[in-house]
Design a protein around this ligand. Structure first.
Ligand code: HEM
Length: 401
């Protein structure tokens, strides 16, 4: 009997539920996968995905980083660092590196701890939905506080992001509601830039208004309103959804691996390692799409120029050629075996990684205090249907006493 050809559909229930078996088959049977249905290519082996992230000349970000954007063949209208290639990317990144210094992140520790604690203080130990009551609301508050978005808008910003990332099975393009949400988000940030220009404060908006960037002609100028609104919109999204997913995955993964939870209860010093393993085991952002800028020959397949190419870091993080026993969740694993691609790699690797690590570690610490023993209500767990981000929408638990 011949085996059926492997099919990877990033807009299917199978993807939303975690496509681990499909990834393994792609690595073995189709390391350069071609989707006839959507006309894209995909790389899943660790070696290829890491090389793809590094080779920005072949795999461009300037046409967007999701299928809907890249397949238009045009650069997206939004101005944001994540959609830039060098040299523009280099200039923007060096500007942002000055704003996102390790010290600036560390100075937020108190604020982050307070936000996290606030939600746990309000939580009911008998009926606690870890995503809805905790990992959903706190990260967006952290990033919007840093930006300087008034608190009353924080949760609204999150609902808009959720809306814009939501996909029904088979839906590639952002829907009508998602489009509206994007417009409202852009308008909110644009208004805030205007307000901060008139009245500076000690926040990221004001620092971005003051910052100077080197342009292609070597001239140094300030960012314009559209550039600042574009970047802050990106931060609102990138800084919230992903942390929500990582922290929301934790109660599920640890319930399935109780020995690992016990290790953390016994030794809190292992919390940072647990964050890294969560990031590897189920990367919150499963893939980034690029556009091939020239013909690529790899593993006997030719990728033509001008095609969307999925770099599936979620699969690479489970590649048996990179990791020993990759499907095992092991917070003590040897992390030097391979590069964890959960934060991407190369020039676009996550700008917020230090903040994300800090938020996730504090959140795990506080969860260990709040629910040292817990049981998950599996029947009421529900996953999100989103493009590129994977994780849970509901994880109801009961704290055991
Ligand atoms: C667990 C949480 C997070 C995960 C898994 C994550 C993942 C990623 C990944 C995979 C990329 C690479 C995108 C690409 O190559 O196209 C990225 C880029 C980025 N992330 Fe994160 N991220 C997280 C948290 C954050 C936070 C908290 C912030 C906000 C400060 C942030 C801001 C950014 C920005 C601005 C970029 C674009 C950088 C560039 O283009 O140079 N991320 N992130």
């Amino acid at each position: 009997m011949t085996k059926s050809k492997v099919v990877f559909d990033p807009f299917s229930e199978e993807f939303f539920n975690g496509a681990w078996e499909t990834y393994r088959r792609m690595q073995e049977e189709a390391p350069v996968y071609y989707s006839e249905e959507y006309d894209f290519y995909a790389l899943t082996r660790h070696e290829d995905v890491a090389a793809g992230f590094k080779d920005f000349e072949t795999y461009s970000s300037a046409y967007g980083i999701d299928l809907a954007m890249v397949r238009t063949g045009h650069p997206p209208p939004q101005k944001a660092i994540i959609f830039m290639d060098p040299p523009e990317h280099r200039h923007m990144r060096s500007l942002l590196n000055k704003v996102f210094t390790p010290r600036a992140i560390q100075s937020q520790r108190q604020m982050v701890t307070e936000k996290i604690q606030k939600y746990l203080n309000a939580a009911d130990p008998d009926r606690f939905d870890v995503v809805q009551a905790f990992s959903g609301p706190f990260p967006v508050e952290v990033i919007t506080t840093m930006l300087g978005v008034p608190e009353e808008h924080a949760q609204q910003v999150r609902h808009w992001i959720d809306e814009s990332l939501h996909r029904e099975p088979g839906q590639v393009e952002v829907g009508e509601k998602g489009m509206q949400a994007n417009i409202q988000t852009a308008m909110l940030y644009y208004d805030l830039v205007k307000q901060r220009r008139a009245e500076p404060r000690d926040d990221l908006f004001s620092r971005l208004i003051d910052a100077e960037i080197e342009r292609e002609n070597g001239e140094k100028t300030k960012l314009d309103d559209i550039e600042i609104a574009g970047f802050t919109t990106l931060l609102g999204g990138a800084g919230a959804e992903t942390v929500t997913k990582l922290v929301g995955n934790a109660p599920v993964v640890f319930a399935r691996n109780p020995d690992q939870w016990q290790k953390l209860l016994d030794d809190r010093g292992k919390v940072p390692a647990a964050v890294e393993e969560l990031l590897r085991y189920e990367a919150p952002s499963q893939y980034q799409v690029r556009r091939s800028m020239k013909e690529v020959h790899l593993h006997g397949v030719t990728i033509p120029a001008g095609k969307p190419v999925f770099l599936i870091n979620g699969a690479a993080n489970r590649d048996p050629d990179a990791w020993t026993d990759p499907d095992k969740f092991d917070i003590d694993r040897d992390r030097s075996e391979a590069q964890n691609l959960g934060f991407g790699y190369g020039i676009h690797s996550c700008l917020g990684a230090a903040l994300a690590r800090m938020e996730s570690a504090i959140a795990l610490e506080k969860l260990l205090d709040f629910m040292p023993r817990y049981e998950v209500d599996w029947d009421r767990c529900k996953r999100v249907n989103m493009q590129n981000v994977a994780g849970w929408q509901n994880v109801p638990v009961r704290v055991l006493r």
